[in-house]
Design a protein around this ligand. Structure first.
Ligand SMILES: *[C@@H]1O[C@H](CO)[C@@H](O)[C@H](O)[C@H]1NC(C)=O
Ligand SMILES: *[C@@H]1O[C@H](CO)[C@@H](O)[C@H](O)[C@H]1NC(C)=O
Ligand SMILES: *[C@@H]1O[C@H](CO)[C@@H](O)[C@H](O)[C@H]1NC(C)=O
Length: 439
């Protein structure tokens, strides 16, 4: 639009010399263009949450200086759950930044079988996230490279990550600083060997991680699958409303809002969280199915009836108990009931998880567990998205994309409002082993 109006302005300005005339012409052009563009925009309104979301990603990090393109960092395969992998990837990027090197595009893992190394199913980063988009959004901050960019693959120095109790966070940082100097710095590739980056000591503030996460955009194929799931949920919500509102046909807000709940009640988690409660002497980690339903049901300001998407482990899809017992007006759906199982089934674990993540991220209301990395990263991205829109106070009632932690009691008898503290000095403070929800 900017280009277009410039072109027209130049055309007019050769004919109209007066400054006043130019201004009037500019105003008219602006109004005409707005009138032309407006119906186009409303036509796409059903996707406006996505547009806003994409818009919020176009951040610019131009204040930063560049990263060297001919020096590389290589890291071990990135493993475990989707969010462990995202954190590990961000940590590898930030390590590369510290060394002022381009990160060689690492392998992610498509499966969750971390105990058997041969079942790890490496999957290239660019099969999941857009490579070029990553580099353009993160330009000047961190940079990804391909192996074909390397000129001499034998020009490698290995960096063995230390381990054990005596390997402190300070020693780890010292080692990195040492590798950012000669003679190591001259080597074309620094190859980190040892543990997967998720286990590396954390030297970076939350806002640095948030910057890297913002540059991670799913490839079209996967994001289209997430679109399909989201529109199924919204359709279901619309249907619910049209049934009850037949005598009162006021037009519904577009798009029909939905709630997403990351429900962690599978057996492994319940055992793990009970142990965690004993060890850390914190009582608000585990929530039963009943507690989750009751607290989600107490969230004020919901226009009944509303579709609730339940992001749950596959093992919980076998019986229908998670669908029963919700308060009137909250209608739960999972993959089976929504009829989207065939979408998920086509993909390995990592992609299924990425789709669920996206569905929770775009929900109008998100409710998760503050001890879960999956939930924590969703809240981090939702907080970041609102900061981009100029929201400064997250804990009040009336914001566009509220998030809650169901494992912590809030007002009145509902889940606690949750936002990410972007000033936290390390990721640990906000993402795991923490019930600090800043509200
Ligand atoms: C990386 O190195 C380049 C070239 O030496 C320099 O201009 C740039 O400021 C450095 N970037 C960072 C983030 O240190
Ligand atoms: C590649 O790097 C190795 C190790 O630094 C060096 O011995 C070799 O001469 C280099 N090869 C080329 C073609 O520069
Ligand atoms: C956010 O974290 C900073 C740094 O740790 C801390 O000083 C501040 O009190 C925290 N804010 C909230 C609202 O928890």
């Amino acid at each position: 639009m900017g280009l277009l109006s410039c072109k027209y302005l130049r055309f007019f300005s050769t004919h109209l010399k007066s400054v006043t005339f130019r201004c009037v012409a500019l105003l008219v052009i602006a109004l005409v263009l707005r009138a032309v563009a407006a119906p186009l925009l409303t036509g796409f309104e059903f996707e406006y949450d996505k547009i806003l979301f994409i818009h919020s990603r176009t951040l610019h990090l131009s204040s930063e200086l560049g990263i060297r393109r001919a020096k590389f960092l290589e890291v071990p395969q990135i493993i475990w759950g989707l969010n462990n992998q995202k954190i590990a990837f961000a940590r590898a990027c930030l390590t590369a930044r510290l060394l002022n090197r381009t990160l060689l595009m690492p392998s992610l893992s498509a499966s969750l079988f971390y105990k058997e190394i041969d079942l790890l199913q490496p999957i290239s980063f660019d099969k999941v996230f857009q490579f070029e988009t990553f580099n353009s959004l993160c330009k000047g901050f961190v940079q990804l490279g391909r192996y074909s960019d390397v000129s001499n693959r034998t020009d490698v120095i290995e960096l063995q990550k230390g381990s054990g109790r005596r390997w402190t966070i300070e020693r780890d940082l010292e080692q990195l600083v040492q590798f950012s100097k000669d003679p190591y710095d001259q080597q074309e590739i620094i190859r980190v060997i040892g543990k997967n980056p998720f286990l590396w000591p954390d030297h970076w503030p939350v806002k640095d991680y948030a910057k890297v996460f913002e540059c991670l955009v799913l490839v079209d194929e996967i994001s289209k699958e997430a679109d399909r799931v989201v529109s199924k949920i919204r359709e279901a919500g619309k249907e619910l409303r049209s049934k009850t509102a037949s005598d009162n046909p006021i037009s519904e807000p577009v798009p029909v809002p939905y709630v997403a709940v990351h429900m962690r009640i599978e057996k492994d988690w319940m055992i793990h969280c009970k142990k965690l409660e004993q060890r850390s002497k914190i009582s608000e980690i585990c929530s039963s199915r009943q507690e989750i339903m009751q607290r989600v049901g107490s969230i004020a300001g919901q226009q009944a009836p509303t579709a609730v998407y339940l992001a749950v482990a596959d093992s919980l899809l076998e019986d229908n108990s998670i669908l029963n017992g919700w308060r009137e007006g909250l209608v739960p759906f999972e993959k089976n009931k929504l009829g989207v199982m065939e979408i998920y089934k086509r993909y390995p674990y990592l992609i299924q998880s990425a789709i669920d993540y996206e569905v929770c991220l775009r929900a109008d209301v998100f409710v998760g567990n503050s001890f879960s990395t999956f939930s924590s990263l969703i809240v981090l991205e939702r907080t970041q998205k609102m900061i981009k829109m100029g929201v400064t106070s997250f804990c009040g009632m009336d914001i566009r994309w509220p998030s809650y932690a169901y494992n912590i009691l809030g007002e009145p008898n509902g889940p606690r409002r949750w936002m990410t503290n972007m000033s936290a000095s390390s990721l640990k403070a906000i993402s795991y082993g923490s019930n600090d929800v800043s509200c």
